[in-house]
Design a protein around this ligand. Structure first.
Ligand SMILES: [Zn+2]
Length: 271
């Protein structure tokens, strides 16, 4: 029989005053997860190696955006390359003379890697795992496998190793952070995104919605493959670029955006 929330709460209250024996079988589920201990080592949230050996890196780098001192923005496209939309995105970027960063899936590089042959040196190609799992559920060795397989394949396919990593769904547990960091990758989230669901029924609204989120240094999340609702953004990519340009923005790859902050952080200041 289903236990209603009210019954469960009543039972929990009973347990709290010492009647645990009578209500032992009843639990308030939403509280259970918080009190259930996680394994000390080896769980997805642990940033310690399961065998307790020392990590191969000293510190992690995670970014949501670049420096806010210049009106620069980085457009990013996840989950490709794929024949459905990647060529359209590349064409729009070419026509507007704008660089972008593509967070690629290893399985798509394997199947459609040629789509980015001309992107090397023009755009940035980065690591988005091999099969797009939720790394929030993966331990360190599985996170490492997803990241390393993708990096190896990208090196073989494009001749350069990625330096950036984006965790699928933005789920970045300790194990994924440790694996990405040990692989020498900066973990890149985002500070603005294409929110197609918010403009359902008025697709042109995507231009205003993205422009309203962008600030100097923003990293903008979009996708170059996926469900059809995302075409709202793909169809309006030239309009989005022109709007941001009208707002005074120039465009950079994520690494170029971040390089500015690293350079300025190490440049002696003159007073
Ligand atoms: Zn993704």
């Amino acid at each position: 029989m289903e236990v209603t929330r009210r019954q469960a709460l009543t039972a929990a209250a009973g347990a709290a005053v010492g009647a645990a024996g009578a209500v032992g079988a009843v639990r308030v589920k939403e509280h259970l997860d918080e009190s259930t201990p996680l394994p000390f080592y080896g769980s997805p949230v642990s940033a310690v190696r399961p065998d307790r050996s020392p990590p191969s890196a000293a510190g992690a780098s995670v970014v949501w955006s670049g420096p806010g001192d210049r009106r620069r923005v980085a457009l990013t496209f996840d989950d490709g390359p794929h024949p459905d939309w990647t060529p359209r995105v590349l064409e729009a970027l070419e026509a507007e003379d704008v660089p972008a960063t593509f967070f690629c899936l290893g399985r798509n590089v394997r199947d459609h890697g040629d789509l980015h042959r001309g992107s090397v040196g023009r755009h940035e190609l980065a690591n988005h795992t091999f099969d797009h799992p939720d790394l929030g559920r993966y331990d360190w060795s599985r996170c490492r496998d997803e990241i390393e397989r993708t990096t190896q394949l990208m090196k073989k396919t494009y001749g350069i190793a990625p330096t950036l990593f984006r965790p699928p769904y933005g789920h970045l547990g300790g194990a994924a952070l440790l694996a990405a960091t040990e692989a020498g990758l900066t973990s890149v989230l985002w500070s603005a995104q294409a929110r197609e669901d918010l403009v359902a029924g008025r697709p042109d609204g995507i231009v205003d919605d993205i422009a309203s989120q962008v600030r100097p240094g923003s990293i903008v999340l979009a996708h170059d493959t996926g469900s059809d609702d995302r075409l709202v953004t793909i169809d309006r990519l030239p309009a989005i670029i022109r709007r941001l340009r009208d707002d005074g923005y120039t465009f950079a790859t994520v690494s170029d955006l971040l390089a500015t902050s690293r350079a300025s952080a190490t440049t002696p200041s003159h007073t």
